[in-house]
Design a binder for this molecule. Structure first.
Ligand code: SF4
Ligand code: SF4
Length: 80
């Protein structure tokens, strides 16, 4: 369980195919919608990229992923 690793969807490129929602069995996404909505980030498994691997439009990134954690330009995963 981690709050420092969970998916963030780029809705500008997401085509709402629902593959990520269908894939995850940890309650992270709202299963009632094919448009991915992260409702339980705490359920995401550290380092899991299961949904990202299935995304046809590369629209999923993770909070906590090295180098993509924040906007300040550093590569640490905690400061922003
Ligand atoms: S990374 Fe894994 S645990 Fe996290 S939302 Fe995607 S499929 Fe679920
Ligand atoms: S797999 Fe990618 S394109 Fe499909 S719903 Fe999820 S984020 Fe959107």
């Amino acid at each position: 369980m981690s709050k420092k690793w969970y998916p963030v969807i780029n809705y500008e490129t997401c085509i709402e195919c629902g593959a990520c929602v269908e894939k995850c069995s940890h309650g992270v996404y709202d299963k009632k919608e094919s448009k991915p909505k992260v409702i339980y980030p705490e359920g995401c498994i550290d380092g899991c990229r299961g949904c990202q691997k299935l995304c046809p439009t590369d629209s999923i990134e993770y909070v906590g992923d090295a180098g993509q954690a924040g906007d300040c330009g550093c590569s640490c995963s905690g400061c922003c």
